[in-house]
Design a binder for this molecule. Structure first.
Ligand code: TSJ
Length: 643
């Protein structure tokens, strides 16, 4: 395997620069190794992998427009107006550069100066992996007045690189591919998922225009993502359903030869902080050097300013970083030539020089903003002061509560605990309503399944301070039952159940309750979701009986199919019961359909896209009603689970 680092000479691209590693068979054998998963997530990843190539071309300064189309048959078409992929012959392999890029694993050109190759980042497995995992793929490169084309199937070349036409002065690359159903569990693309990532890409790379079109079904869609303001517009977008406490979005950038920093921020009246950090367009979920630099600088600058402006008295203690960041929406985006990705999910930036750079740029720029805009600085400092006082009050409330309900030795009275002590083998069902709670207690497996019935409304934590939240009995019960505490003292290692299962009705109210609980978890115990401990139970929608045979179905589609099958078998007049709520099932039915690990379906709650999840919760739970109504109308009951 040749893997020496080859840099380009005279700014010219040579086929020699392509690093040659191996063929594509391993990719089809072990797709998970290359794209993480063959689920829907892996499927969408293919699109990002291809689009990254065009974004690289844009970052190198040669491409403005990227056009993505979901075709009628769920194949994908990506077109850009860059230089067109090189087609010159590789001297050793005697193949066109284009063919090498498409058919050889880890083959890729180096962009050298002037660009940050994002596709070298998190996954960055390249076009050949997409090719290997597609039942069909074709590439066209428009270069030097000619259109070159090659076709493939499951990574194998079908045709040589041929000139198929002329294109005059036009240049660019055009790719189509259809993911292989032999590989993927799911081959239907979600417009929303693609939209979310492509929009994010457009925000992160100001000026590039990405068009997303959906040619499927009766409702064709077309969206254009094009932001001259870049991440400044991203903050505006994130805050569109929130209430800013000062008018300007603070924005600054620093562009050096091989390092770029771009930051935008604005404070709102929310109780949570929303800082999204990126390195080379990759969401650094685990943070890292750039984020540390940013946080340190903000804490120092706001404190220094507050003292200078006498908003903080000499005897007052320094404001805490957490208090300063309450309600802050910020995007921290850095680009660098050799990113070091660390951490469990390789989403933590390790490059220490990014900490000092972001720190120094932020100190200078944020201080300048506060000093030049005292009328905007004041509400920012006052918000931090209020947060500080609220946090003190919450701490006091916690201290009192800890002696009582939050003490893990005194579990809530309503909890029917399981006898198993190993958290890995224990699960807790959070059940809405007393009658369902009763059936669940009766029907459960007492060894491994605990039941916590919830009475009354769950507090909407989106609109309440931590202080108020800790006064809510339902929330206190959950915190105590889980055993890991709340706030700074939260300790995931003390979690008493490795499955927390939300069991609510399959209707709009049930979805609402689920959303309230997920909001609580997402905002105050995100480690529960990140750790994969949170699930939603799936109760059946129908019970169908013919004589002694009984079937349960969980979706309308399943029900239709069952009824059709029964009709074919001549089983007419089935007795159909539609479950309006969990309360309608007796203990045995509830066990059989929803709780028995052998037969139930659990939906694990995951959050891939924190920015989108934040918006969904703000929209669903925040103050402004019209966007909420629109969201609910568009997403019905599935929205909440499709984060
Ligand atoms: F690789 C691919 F098929 F996935 C793909 C590549 C898909 C799409 C939609 C676009 C691209 C692509 C590649 N767009 N633009 C480029 N540019 C180059 O590959 C390129 C062009 C010129 C030079 C040069 O030095 O002259 C170098 C490169 C790497």
């Amino acid at each position: 395997m040749a893997s020496e680092d080859i840099t380009r000479k005279n700014g010219e691209y040579n086929a020699e620069q392509i690093q040659v590693l191996e063929g594509l068979e391993p990719v089809r054998k072990r797709p998970g190794m290359y794209i993480g998963t063959t689920s829907s997530r892996g499927l969408h990843h293919l699109v990002y992998e291809i689009v990254d190539n065009s974004v690289d071309e844009a970052l190198a300064g040669y491409c403005k427009n990227i056009h993505v189309v979901i075709k009628e048959d769920d194949s994908i078409e990506v077109t850009d107006d860059g230089r067109g992929m090189p087609v010159d012959e590789h001297p050793k392999m005697h193949k066109s550069a284009l063919e090498v890029i498409m058919t050889v694993l880890h083959a890729g050109g180096k962009f050298g100066e002037g660009g940050y190759k994002v596709s070298g980042g998190l996954h960055g497995v390249g076009a050949s992996v997409v090719n290997a995992l597609s039942e069909s793929m074709s590439v066209e490169s428009m270069r030097d007045g000619k259109i070159y084309r090659q076709e493939y199937s499951r990574g194998k070349v079908l045709t040589p690189v041929m000139v198929v036409g002329e294109c005059g002065r036009k240049t660019g690359t055009h790719v189509t591919f259809k993911p292989d159903p032999e590989i993927f569990d799911e081959t239907v693309f979600s417009f929303d998922t693609l939209e979310s990532r492509l929009r994010e890409m457009a925000f992160l790379n100001k000026g590039i225009k990405i068009i997303l079109e959906d040619e499927r079904g009766p409702k064709k869609k077309k969206e254009v993502y094009h932001y001259e303001g870049g991440i400044k517009e991203y903050v505006e977008f994130q805050n569109k359903n929130k209430t800013p406490i000062h008018p300007s979005i603070i924005y600054y950038e620093s562009i050096k030869k091989d390092k770029e920093v771009e930051i935008a921020m604005q404070w709102t009246d929310a109780y949570t902080e929303n800082i999204f950090s990126y390195a080379n367009n990759i969401n650094t979920v685990e943070g890292g050097a750039h984020l540390v630099g940013f946080k340190t600088a903000i804490t120092k600058v706001v404190n220094d300013y507050a003292r200078k402006a006498k908003l903080l008295k000499e005897k007052d203690p320094d404001l805490d970083g957490n208090d300063i960041r309450e309600g802050l929406t910020a995007i921290v985006s850095v680009k660098l030539t050799e990113p070091q990705f660390e951490g469990q999910t390789k989403t933590k930036l390790g490059n220490a020089d990014m900490r000092t750079l972001v720190d120094s740029v932020t100190k200078e720029e944020l201080m300048a903003f506060l000093e030049e805009n005292p009328a905007q600085a004041k509400p920012i400092v006052e918000k931090a002061l209020r947060a500080f006082r609220a946090r003190e009050a919450a701490r006091k409330a916690r201290d009192t509560v800890r002696k009582g309900a939050l003490e893990s030795s005194s579990l809530p009275g309503k909890l029917a605990d399981c006898s198993e002590k190993d958290p890995a083998l224990s699960e807790i069902f959070i059940v809405e309503g007393d009658s369902a709670g009763g059936s669940a207690k009766e029907g459960r497996d007492r060894k491994t399944q605990a039941i916590l019935p919830l009475r009354g409304k769950i507090l909407n934590v989106e609109k309440a301070s931590q202080h108020k939240m800790l006064a809510s009995d339902t929330i206190k019960d959950m915190i105590t039952a889980f055993g890991c505490g709340i706030g700074e003292k939260f300790d995931i290692n003390k979690l008493r159940y490795h499955k927390i299962i939300i069991m609510s009705d399959a209707d709009v109210d049930g979805a609402h309750i689920r959303t309230l609980m997920l909001t609580l978890f997402f905002r105050h115990m995100p480690q529960l979701i990140e750790g994969g401990y949170v699930y939603a139970a799936q109760p059946p929608l129908f019970r169908v009986r013919v004589g002694k045979d009984i079937w349960y179905t969980y979706t309308d589609k399943e029900q239709e199919k069952l009824l059709a099958d029964l009709a074919k078998q001549g089983k007419t007049k089935p007795e159909i019961q539609r479950y309006k709520g969990l309360g309608e099932m007796d203990a045995t039915q509830l066990w059989e359909t929803t709780m028995d690990p052998k037969h139930r379906t659990l939906i694990q709650i995951t959050i891939d896209d924190v920015a989108r999840a934040d918006q969904i919760f703000t929209t669903l739970m925040g103050d402004s009603v019209p966007p909420r109504r629109k969201f609910i109308e568009e997403n019905a009951q599935y929205a909440v689970l499709d984060l």
